[in-house]
Design a protein around this ligand. Sequence first.
Ligand code: SF4
Length: 277
Amino acid sequence: MKIALASSYGFCFGVKRAIKIAEGHPGSKTYGPLIHNKDEINRLKDGFNIGLANSLDDVEEQDSVVIRTHGIPKNELEKLRALETEVIDATCPYVTTPQKIVEEMSQKGYSIVIFGDKNHPEIKGVVSYAQNLQDAFIVLDAKELESLPLKSRVAVVAQTTRKPEDFLKITSALILKHKEVRIFNTICNATFENQDAASDLAKKADIMIVIGGKHSSNTKQLHSICKYHCESSYLIENETELQEEWFKDKELCGISAGASTPDWIVQNVIDKIKGIV
Ligand code: SF4
Protein backbone atom coordinates (compact mmCIF):
# COMPACT_ATOMS: atom_id res chain seq x y z
CA MET A 1 0.00 0.00 0.00
CA LYS A 2 1.22 3.49 -0.86
CA ILE A 3 1.00 6.35 1.59
CA ALA A 4 0.53 9.89 0.27
CA LEU A 5 0.44 13.15 2.19
CA ALA A 6 -1.90 15.94 1.09
CA SER A 7 0.04 18.74 -0.60
CA SER A 8 -0.99 21.08 2.24
CA TYR A 9 -1.80 19.89 5.75
CA GLY A 10 -1.32 20.57 9.44
CA PHE A 11 -0.22 23.68 11.26
CA CYS A 12 -1.32 26.98 9.84
CA PHE A 13 0.39 30.31 10.22
CA GLY A 14 -1.69 31.31 13.28
CA VAL A 15 -0.93 28.13 15.21
CA LYS A 16 2.80 28.18 14.37
CA ARG A 17 2.90 31.77 15.57
CA ALA A 18 1.03 31.01 18.84
CA ILE A 19 3.32 28.09 19.66
CA LYS A 20 6.39 30.20 19.02
CA ILE A 21 5.00 32.92 21.29
CA ALA A 22 4.27 30.37 24.06
CA GLU A 23 7.70 28.75 23.72
CA GLY A 24 9.19 32.22 24.09
CA HIS A 25 7.44 32.60 27.48
CA PRO A 26 8.34 29.45 29.47
CA GLY A 27 6.49 29.17 32.77
CA SER A 28 3.50 31.14 31.48
CA LYS A 29 -0.13 30.01 31.43
CA THR A 30 -2.31 29.92 28.37
CA TYR A 31 -5.80 31.32 28.80
CA GLY A 32 -7.88 28.42 27.52
CA PRO A 33 -6.14 25.68 25.51
CA LEU A 34 -3.70 27.38 23.12
CA ILE A 35 -4.72 25.17 20.23
CA HIS A 36 -7.06 22.20 19.71
CA ASN A 37 -4.47 19.51 20.22
CA LYS A 38 -3.87 17.95 23.59
CA ASP A 39 -0.63 16.18 22.61
CA GLU A 40 0.95 19.47 21.57
CA ILE A 41 -0.36 21.11 24.73
CA ASN A 42 1.33 18.33 26.76
CA ARG A 43 4.59 18.89 24.85
CA LEU A 44 4.50 22.59 25.76
CA LYS A 45 3.74 21.64 29.38
CA ASP A 46 6.60 19.15 29.65
CA GLY A 47 9.18 21.08 27.63
CA PHE A 48 8.36 24.69 28.50
CA ASN A 49 6.36 24.48 31.75
CA ILE A 50 3.38 26.10 30.05
CA GLY A 51 0.32 25.84 32.29
CA LEU A 52 -3.37 26.28 31.61
CA ALA A 53 -5.85 28.77 33.04
CA ASN A 54 -9.42 27.81 32.20
CA SER A 55 -10.91 30.98 33.64
CA LEU A 56 -9.99 34.15 35.50
CA ASP A 57 -10.15 32.13 38.75
CA ASP A 58 -7.06 30.19 37.64
CA VAL A 59 -5.01 33.36 37.08
CA GLU A 60 -2.85 34.63 39.91
CA GLU A 61 -1.11 37.98 40.21
CA GLN A 62 2.36 37.97 38.63
CA ASP A 63 1.30 35.25 36.16
CA SER A 64 2.19 35.63 32.50
CA VAL A 65 -0.88 34.78 30.46
CA VAL A 66 -0.82 33.84 26.78
CA ILE A 67 -4.10 34.43 24.93
CA ARG A 68 -4.97 31.47 22.70
CA THR A 69 -5.14 31.52 18.87
CA HIS A 70 -8.94 31.78 18.77
CA GLY A 71 -9.07 34.77 21.10
CA ILE A 72 -11.20 35.40 24.17
CA PRO A 73 -14.19 37.64 24.97
CA LYS A 74 -13.38 41.34 25.23
CA ASN A 75 -14.50 41.72 28.86
CA GLU A 76 -12.25 38.82 29.95
CA LEU A 77 -9.30 40.39 28.15
CA GLU A 78 -10.02 43.69 29.89
CA LYS A 79 -10.22 41.96 33.30
CA LEU A 80 -6.92 40.18 32.65
CA ARG A 81 -5.27 43.45 31.67
CA ALA A 82 -6.55 45.05 34.88
CA LEU A 83 -4.81 42.39 37.00
CA GLU A 84 -1.11 42.44 37.86
CA THR A 85 -0.47 39.98 35.05
CA GLU A 86 1.58 40.12 31.89
CA VAL A 87 -0.81 39.55 28.99
CA ILE A 88 0.76 38.11 25.85
CA ASP A 89 -1.69 38.12 22.97
CA ALA A 90 -1.30 35.12 20.65
CA THR A 91 -4.71 35.61 19.04
CA CYS A 92 -4.36 34.86 15.33
CA PRO A 93 -4.48 38.07 13.26
CA TYR A 94 -7.16 36.42 11.10
CA VAL A 95 -9.32 36.21 14.23
CA THR A 96 -8.66 39.76 15.42
CA THR A 97 -9.88 40.97 12.00
CA PRO A 98 -13.55 39.93 12.52
CA GLN A 99 -13.33 41.16 16.14
CA LYS A 100 -12.34 44.63 14.88
CA ILE A 101 -14.96 44.60 12.10
CA VAL A 102 -17.75 43.71 14.55
CA GLU A 103 -16.63 46.45 16.92
CA GLU A 104 -16.41 49.09 14.20
CA MET A 105 -19.60 48.20 12.33
CA SER A 106 -21.69 47.97 15.49
CA GLN A 107 -20.36 51.39 16.56
CA LYS A 108 -21.56 52.67 13.19
CA GLY A 109 -25.05 51.35 13.94
CA TYR A 110 -25.16 48.27 11.72
CA SER A 111 -26.89 45.09 12.84
CA ILE A 112 -24.25 42.37 13.07
CA VAL A 113 -24.63 38.88 11.66
CA ILE A 114 -21.93 36.34 12.46
CA PHE A 115 -21.95 33.10 10.51
CA GLY A 116 -20.55 30.50 12.87
CA ASP A 117 -21.01 28.24 15.85
CA LYS A 118 -22.16 30.15 18.92
CA ASN A 119 -20.43 27.64 21.21
CA HIS A 120 -17.02 28.01 19.55
CA PRO A 121 -14.49 30.10 21.54
CA GLU A 122 -13.62 32.14 18.45
CA ILE A 123 -17.25 33.18 17.97
CA LYS A 124 -17.79 33.86 21.68
CA GLY A 125 -14.84 36.22 21.37
CA VAL A 126 -15.93 37.85 18.09
CA VAL A 127 -19.50 38.57 19.22
CA SER A 128 -18.26 40.13 22.46
CA TYR A 129 -16.87 43.03 20.42
CA ALA A 130 -20.37 44.16 19.39
CA GLN A 131 -21.32 47.40 21.08
CA ASN A 132 -24.91 46.24 21.53
CA LEU A 133 -25.27 42.48 22.04
CA GLN A 134 -29.04 42.75 21.40
CA ASP A 135 -28.17 43.70 17.82
CA ALA A 136 -25.58 40.98 17.11
CA PHE A 137 -26.76 37.58 15.91
CA ILE A 138 -24.93 34.30 15.41
CA VAL A 139 -26.38 32.00 12.76
CA LEU A 140 -25.41 28.69 11.22
CA ASP A 141 -28.14 28.58 8.62
CA ALA A 142 -29.84 31.09 6.27
CA LYS A 143 -33.24 30.00 7.65
CA GLU A 144 -32.32 31.39 11.06
CA LEU A 145 -32.13 34.88 9.51
CA GLU A 146 -35.88 34.95 8.83
CA SER A 147 -36.90 35.53 12.43
CA LEU A 148 -34.17 38.04 13.35
CA PRO A 149 -35.06 41.70 14.09
CA LEU A 150 -32.32 43.07 11.81
CA LYS A 151 -32.07 46.72 10.83
CA SER A 152 -31.95 47.76 7.17
CA ARG A 153 -28.15 48.11 7.47
CA VAL A 154 -26.40 44.82 8.17
CA ALA A 155 -22.73 43.82 8.44
CA VAL A 156 -21.81 40.16 8.17
CA VAL A 157 -18.64 38.22 9.05
CA ALA A 158 -17.85 34.50 9.15
CA GLN A 159 -16.04 32.16 11.52
CA THR A 160 -12.57 31.66 10.03
CA THR A 161 -13.06 27.91 9.46
CA ARG A 162 -16.41 28.00 7.64
CA LYS A 163 -17.02 26.87 4.06
CA PRO A 164 -17.28 29.79 1.57
CA GLU A 165 -20.23 28.08 -0.18
CA ASP A 166 -22.20 28.17 3.07
CA PHE A 167 -21.24 31.79 3.72
CA LEU A 168 -22.56 32.63 0.26
CA LYS A 169 -25.99 31.26 1.23
CA ILE A 170 -26.11 33.55 4.28
CA THR A 171 -24.97 36.64 2.38
CA SER A 172 -27.37 35.96 -0.53
CA ALA A 173 -30.32 35.66 1.86
CA LEU A 174 -29.34 38.95 3.49
CA ILE A 175 -28.99 40.80 0.18
CA LEU A 176 -32.49 39.72 -0.84
CA LYS A 177 -34.03 41.36 2.24
CA HIS A 178 -31.86 44.33 3.22
CA LYS A 179 -30.99 47.67 1.66
CA GLU A 180 -27.37 47.73 2.73
CA VAL A 181 -25.33 44.63 3.42
CA ARG A 182 -21.61 44.96 4.22
CA ILE A 183 -19.99 41.57 3.60
CA PHE A 184 -16.59 40.82 5.12
CA ASN A 185 -15.13 37.54 4.01
CA THR A 186 -13.23 36.59 7.15
CA ILE A 187 -12.82 32.92 6.23
CA CYS A 188 -9.17 31.96 6.54
CA ASN A 189 -7.13 30.85 3.50
CA ALA A 190 -5.15 28.30 5.50
CA THR A 191 -8.36 26.36 5.86
CA PHE A 192 -9.02 26.42 2.08
CA GLU A 193 -5.53 25.23 1.25
CA ASN A 194 -5.72 22.22 3.55
CA GLN A 195 -9.28 21.50 2.43
CA ASP A 196 -8.51 21.68 -1.31
CA ALA A 197 -5.45 19.47 -0.90
CA ALA A 198 -7.38 16.91 1.19
CA SER A 199 -10.21 16.88 -1.32
CA ASP A 200 -7.82 16.27 -4.26
CA LEU A 201 -6.15 13.40 -2.45
CA ALA A 202 -9.40 11.86 -1.15
CA LYS A 203 -10.67 11.55 -4.74
CA LYS A 204 -7.79 9.16 -5.51
CA ALA A 205 -7.33 7.41 -2.17
CA ASP A 206 -8.89 4.13 -0.99
CA ILE A 207 -8.57 5.22 2.60
CA MET A 208 -8.04 8.65 4.15
CA ILE A 209 -6.66 9.27 7.61
CA VAL A 210 -7.37 12.73 8.97
CA ILE A 211 -5.34 13.61 12.05
CA GLY A 212 -6.50 16.25 14.50
CA GLY A 213 -8.42 17.14 17.63
CA LYS A 214 -11.92 15.60 17.79
CA HIS A 215 -13.25 18.99 19.01
CA SER A 216 -11.53 21.02 16.32
CA SER A 217 -14.11 22.33 13.85
CA ASN A 218 -11.34 22.69 11.28
CA THR A 219 -10.41 19.00 11.55
CA LYS A 220 -14.04 17.85 11.57
CA GLN A 221 -14.67 19.74 8.32
CA LEU A 222 -11.56 18.25 6.76
CA HIS A 223 -12.87 14.82 7.71
CA SER A 224 -16.32 15.50 6.25
CA ILE A 225 -14.76 16.66 2.95
CA CYS A 226 -12.64 13.49 2.79
CA LYS A 227 -15.62 11.31 3.67
CA TYR A 228 -17.57 12.85 0.78
CA HIS A 229 -14.95 11.66 -1.72
CA CYS A 230 -13.66 8.57 0.06
CA GLU A 231 -16.04 6.47 2.17
CA SER A 232 -13.19 4.97 4.22
CA SER A 233 -12.14 8.20 5.90
CA TYR A 234 -11.21 8.18 9.56
CA LEU A 235 -10.60 10.97 12.04
CA ILE A 236 -7.96 10.18 14.66
CA GLU A 237 -6.08 12.23 17.24
CA ASN A 238 -2.91 10.12 17.15
CA GLU A 239 -1.46 6.79 16.05
CA THR A 240 -2.91 4.82 18.98
CA GLU A 241 -6.37 4.99 17.38
CA LEU A 242 -5.37 3.31 14.10
CA GLN A 243 -7.05 -0.05 13.49
CA GLU A 244 -5.40 -2.70 11.35
CA GLU A 245 -8.62 -3.82 9.60
CA TRP A 246 -9.13 -0.34 8.06
CA PHE A 247 -6.17 -0.97 5.73
CA LYS A 248 -7.19 -4.40 4.42
CA ASP A 249 -7.15 -4.53 0.57
CA LYS A 250 -6.41 -0.80 0.29
CA GLU A 251 -3.85 0.46 -2.24
CA LEU A 252 -3.53 4.15 -1.57
CA CYS A 253 -3.72 5.67 1.89
CA GLY A 254 -4.04 9.46 1.92
CA ILE A 255 -3.13 11.51 4.95
CA SER A 256 -4.25 14.97 5.96
CA ALA A 257 -4.09 16.84 9.24
CA GLY A 258 -6.01 19.68 10.85
CA ALA A 259 -4.56 23.14 11.37
CA SER A 260 -3.66 22.36 14.99
CA THR A 261 -1.83 19.09 14.33
CA PRO A 262 1.97 19.14 14.73
CA ASP A 263 4.24 17.36 12.24
CA TRP A 264 5.59 14.98 14.88
CA ILE A 265 2.12 13.47 15.36
CA VAL A 266 1.70 13.11 11.57
CA GLN A 267 5.07 11.32 11.43
CA ASN A 268 4.08 8.96 14.28
CA VAL A 269 0.92 8.05 12.37
CA ILE A 270 2.87 7.38 9.14
CA ASP A 271 5.37 5.19 11.00
CA LYS A 272 2.60 3.18 12.62
CA ILE A 273 0.77 2.68 9.28
CA LYS A 274 4.02 1.50 7.69
CA GLY A 275 4.25 -1.10 10.46
CA ILE A 276 0.71 -2.31 9.79
CA VAL A 277 0.85 -2.75 6.01
S1 SF4 B 1 -6.80 28.43 10.72
FE1 SF4 B 1 -6.47 30.53 10.02
S2 SF4 B 1 -7.57 31.76 11.52
FE2 SF4 B 1 -7.27 29.78 12.47
S3 SF4 B 1 -5.38 30.00 13.60
FE3 SF4 B 1 -4.87 29.19 11.57
S4 SF4 B 1 -4.29 30.97 10.32
FE4 SF4 B 1 -5.44 31.69 12.14
